[in-house]
Design a protein around this ligand. Structure first.
Ligand SMILES: Nc1ncnc2c1ncn2[C@@H]1O[C@H](COP(=O)(O)OP(=O)(O)OP(=O)(O)O)[C@@H](O)[C@H]1O
Ligand SMILES: [Mg+2]
Length: 254
């Protein structure tokens, strides 16, 4: 279980202190997609960076199970990241001179997995996202949606307990965005924790729960399933058939 308690982050800059996160407490449920929403500057990326151990809090703790990851020395934190976390970013961050397969195998190499095993695991993971037939393609030969699915496969290759996604659908059209979200949903069904930062209220409406940040604070938590906010319906109406109550269900039908 990933859990934050009393989390604060203040950046000291020449222009003064920036209180990116003022106080944040939340336990992220395994097997669920939790969307993090909030206006630009509300602290979403700083929160993700703290949860993922890229950054250390000014106060408070980030727990993964019974390990306070913020207290680990950087070397151990990065080892824990390689073993337990996967990341998907808006801009994909694929290595342009590596094939899809090599991109997916990259973090396994960093984690010390022997070559034959990492290639096999990379192939299996590409297959899970439906892209085995593109294994030898360089990223520029892939569509935006395919690139994002390679990035997702890379995030999953180490069998992580937690997958973090920061605006993973931001550079995609709505159809490809929906595909990526469905893939993240499958990831959660395997019992993993998925933390999804997004501006897209329609996508967030399909997550299992939503956290809203405002000015560095947790403004609201909503575990409701079937509500799609008004703006999301309007967006969907622009790009597809008229929305119905049936389409406003959470990603899983359980
Ligand atoms: N490394 C840093 N050093 C100094 N200030 C930072 C740093 N990272 C973030 N901040 C500040 O923290 C605040 C919140 O961060 P940020 O704007 O990334 O939030 P966000 O909710 O992710 O926004 P967006 O939706 O635009 O990505 C901002 O005022 C930002 O300038
Ligand atoms: Mg951000």
């Amino acid at each position: 279980m990933l859990r934050a308690s009393g989390l604060r982050k203040t950046y000291v800059t020449p222009a003064g202190d920036v209180h990116a996160l003022r106080s944040f407490d939340h336990a992220f449920e395994p097997g669920k997609v939790t969307a993090v929403l909030g206006p630009s500057g509300s602290g979403k990326s700083p929160l993700l960076n703290l949860l993922a151990g890229f950054d250390v809090p000014s106060a408070g703790e980030v727990w993964l199970g019974d390990v306070a990851i913020n207290r680990l020395p950087e070397r151990e934190r990065s080892g824990l990241r390689l073993r337990s976390f996967g990341f998907v970013f808006q801009s994909f961050n694929l290595v342009t001179v590596f094939s899809a397969l090599q991109n997916v195998a990259l973090p396994l190499g960093l984690a010390g997995v022997p070559r034959a095993e990492r290639d096999e695991r990379a192939r299996e993971t590409l297959e899970r996202v439906g892209l085995l037939h593109r294994a030898d393609h360089l990223p520029h030969k892939l569509s935006g949606g395919e690139r994002q699915r390679v990035a997702l496969a890379r995030a999953l290759a180490n069998d992580p307990a937690v997958v973090f996604a920061d605006e993973p659908t931001g550079s995609l059209d709505s159809a490809n965005g929906a595909l990526v979200l469905s893939a993240l949903e499958q990831v959660a069904l395997d019992g993993r924790t998925v933390v999804l930062v997004t501006h897209d209220v329609a996508l967030a409406g399909r997550a299992h729960s939503r956290l809203r940040l405002l000015d560095g604070r947790l403004d609201s938590v909503d575990h409701g399933g079937a509500t799609v906010p008004e703006a999301g319906l309007q967006d969907a109406a622009l790009t597809g058939p008229a929305p119905t109550a049936d389409r406003a269900v959470p990603l899983t039908s359980r």
